[in-house]
Ligand binder design. Sequence first.
Ligand code: HEC
Length: 653
Amino acid sequence: MQMLMTLVRAVHYASFLSLAGALAFAVVVAEPALRRHGDDGGASGLRRRLAALAWGGLALGLLSGLLWLVIEAQNMSGKPFAEVLAQGVLGVVLTRTRFGNDWALRGLLAIPLILSLLPGLGQRSAAATIGRWAALALAAAELALIAGAGHAIAGTGWTGDLHLIGDGAHLLAAGAWVGGLVPLALLFAAARRDPGSACARAARDATRRFSVIGVIAVGTLLITGLINSVFLVGSVPALLGTDYGHLLMVKIALFLTMVVFAAINRQWLLPQLAAARGDVLCQLQRNALIEAGLGGAVLLVIGLLGTTPPALHVQPEWPLPFSLSLDALEANPGAQIQAIVSAIIALGGLVLMGYGLLQARRRTPQILLGLFLFIAVGAWPLQFMVVTAYPTSFYRSAVPLGVGSILRGERLYAENCVACHGAQGHGDGPLAKSMPVKPADLTAAHIFEHNDGDLFWWISSGIVAGGMPGFAPALDERARWDLINFIHARAAGAQPGALRAEVTAGPAPPAPNFAFEQKGRQSSLQQRLQQGPLLLIFYRLPQSAPHLQQLAAAEQRLSAAGLHLLALPLAADEEPPDPLPDFAATADADAADAYRLFMPAGALAPSEFLIDGAGFLRARWTVASAADMTTLEAQLARLAALPLQRESHVHAH
Ligand code: HEC
């Protein structure tokens, strides 16, 4: 099915590209050039061929569009082919889905498109000229609207719109360039057949016009292609490590080869065309056809891309045993100085190269020296950035950081890891002494320097040299991510400087999510944090009663200052406080149990957590029975003065 869909997509793109391309070529390139160089019988022949190309493209485009619709409807409804046609599924798809609406609009546009093609593309009348312009506009709209069937429609908001507009422009540029290649080859063929004809006289003029279009189109394709890649691939690991990324690289390689042929035509062959030499025409024609063939291959790749999940939505498999990391450079002051010096020299090389290129007579030695400095010296600091990498190094955690996951991880840790890494994670379990390498201290700050994906690799595959076994056979993927969530939470709680009674600007751990019920309504920490910073209170009665009353009295003032309150009992079976403050809520025992990891001394005690609007734990303290409320307000003021940070060294998910 994927094969068929790929093929249908490729044919559909090719048809509408060549329809729009043939019309654009006729209107913007051929007609003006022919008019200037005297029309004749040869020109009419070319017009007839362009008309045939346009009609053929339209017919094939409508047919493949219909097939695309049927396949899509079959995918959406999950019904067999015959039922899709018989039971009105198509109608539902056309009226109720975004893809269907887009297709319906394109179907409607096809009617005026056919009407405007009817006056006879091959003619030289005024009606034909108007028809051609109208047909060009409609064909361009048809082409750009194909973007509505791509991955871009999955986006929302202004970024989704930008992506959609980018895709539309990408298609239009491809139509103007790739779709014009066969018409260009037809023009060369006509010129070769009759060296005295209008086509031969107009060839140079037309080629120059086409080459201007080509340059604009290639620029547009580059920019919009970049936008598209950022949306659907987004990173180097995704480019190198997913099917989508690989296909994209094939597409880019084909595109660059096309550009090379186009450049040869423009820089080399076009200037020789003045003499209208037959051999030059022949080479031009051959190159245009090769470009068109490569363009066809690109369309097949695009067809495949359309049926492959975008790279952002799959875990990338890193293909190399190393990767480059800026953190490694940051940790090495000596290397930083070398990096700065080599960056300056490389920049000098770039300037030298530019100088050599811009001189009236090109200075080859300067250009080569500049190139050498730029590449060789510029690449020098890369050696300091090399770090070991594994296939899963760039995996993103598949399990969100929640209290349930942390507690599952804690249980798995007790069952599988304590023997070596010790009950508290310090690497001092009973087996530690007999290991060839001391088991790592999993509470050290150093744990945060590793990617989630690296930890995932070690836990899955083990560390052979150190004698740590791999757990992939025993624990499923979710269990391994649970372990990582637990290790991160415990290590964050164990950092001496990280969580204090004072708000600091340093790295802060993300607050694990949990669900709670308040006045009969379900909510979650994550939802609540959308309103801004939060004071999370774990209380125990009767001890905490005076403090809860203090908070109730201060609630309005605090919320005016932007702080919301949420109070949970330390034990789930706690009697509700009386009077019940409206910031009180109930949650599973899991919430307090997981937050225990962040409480002072790692023990359940009445405590408060100040969580910033981005979801990071900024400060925590214990409250015996009543507190000095001015301290809380001072911390709140410090929190407000912090620049809001979205990332932390302690990874968020
Ligand atoms: C048989 C002993 C043993 C067991 C069981 C074991 N480990 Fe290890 N682990 C080690 C040793 C030894 C090292 C250090 C290896 C080295 O540095 O070469 C290590 C290293 C690690 C590291 C790398 C930390 C770093 O900063 O480099 C992680 C993460 C880790 N273990 C997690 C776990 C988890 C999670 C479990 C339980 C699912 C586990 N280990 C079970 C022995 C063990």
